[in-house]
Design a protein around this ligand. Structure first.
Ligand SMILES: [Fe+2]
Length: 284
């Protein structure tokens, strides 16, 4: 895709991600939006600060990236807006309005699906004064930094991802799945080394949580390899740490990044985010 709009950008980290400056998404024309989409595919992650977007505008904006994806746990979607998922520690009338502490632990979204989401967007409605940073790791840089010998050893390995395994072992919000959720989320096998469809760049597409085993490798050896690779990808040199402000929109490409939320003092602060997803395709 080409665009005539030249957006002002600065890297989130040298060689990774871009902050797009002076873009007001609520009033952006189609050319500007296509420039934002282009920047996203090129840089792996984008940040736009100071945005004011209602849920309808968020859905409209993310539709420029592809078809918005549904959410697995539908009890925390915004009423009237099934594509908008709420992350929050607020409780209204005795009921949590969103998922709390979701996404803490390095992972890539929807990795337990045959077609994991391509893009994740978070829009900050309220943020704590401290904590709750989001960290993004550049899996292409992590792959490129491996020796050719190590790359050859890893290329071709396949990972067994399981939502059921993830939900029964995770630290926060552990749950036994209903038969309906089990049926809707069968286990899947994905490559460890993923190729980006836009330009063929390769990513060390490792993740935690949903990975049950490396196919053909007994545990604990397989999970030890996963731990080793996650440690490699999440070294400071590959990681961008985002400190949130209200009105931030942060989007990342799940085909080439790993991410994690971080904790905050939920007795002292409220945090509310809107999360939207864009459908992806089968990893190769
Ligand atoms: Fe996530």
């Amino acid at each position: 895709m080409t665009t005539t709009v030249q957006l002002k950008t600065r890297p989130l980290k040298p060689g990774f991600g871009a902050e797009l400056i002076d873009v007001d998404l609520a009033h952006a024309d189609a050319e500007t939006v296509s420039g934002v989409v282009e920047a996203f595919h090129k840089h792996g992650a984008i940040l736009l600060r100071g945005q004011t977007m209602d849920p309808t505008q968020l859905v409209q904006f993310i539709s420029a990236f592809g078809e918005p994806e549904d959410h697995t746990q539908t009890q925390f979607t915004l009423p009237g807006h099934p594509k908008v998922f709420i992350l929050s520690n607020r409780v209204v009338d005795g009921k949590p309005i969103g998922a709390h502490n979701d996404g803490v632990g390095w992972h890539t979204d929807y990795s337990y699906k045959a077609e994991p989401v391509m893009c994740t967007m978070l829009y900050a409605a309220e943020v704590p004064d401290e904590g709750s940073d989001t960290l993004l790791a550049d899996q292409c840089a992590a792959w490129n930094a491996l020796s050719p010998e190590r790359q050859a050893e890893l290329d071709g390995l396949m990972l067994h991802h399981s939502y059921q395994y993830f939900m029964s072992t995770r630290e926060f919000g552990r749950q036994e799945l209903s038969d309906e959720l089990k049926a809707a989320n069968p286990d899947v096998i994905h490559p460890l080394i993923r190729t980006h469809p836009s330009d063929g760049r390769k990513a060390l597409w490792v993740s935690t949580g949903t990975v049950k085993e490396v196919v053909g490798m007994p545990n604990p050896q397989g999970l030890e390899l996963i731990d080793e690779l996650v440690d490699w990808v999440t070294q400071d040199q590959f990681v961008f740490r985002h400190k949130w402000q209200v009105g931030d929109i942060l989007m990342w490409d799940n085909r080439c990044t790993l991410h994690t939320g971080t904790l905050y003092d939920d007795t002292k602060y409220f945090r509310t985010m809107h999360r939207l997803w864009v459908k992806g395709d089968k990893p190769f």
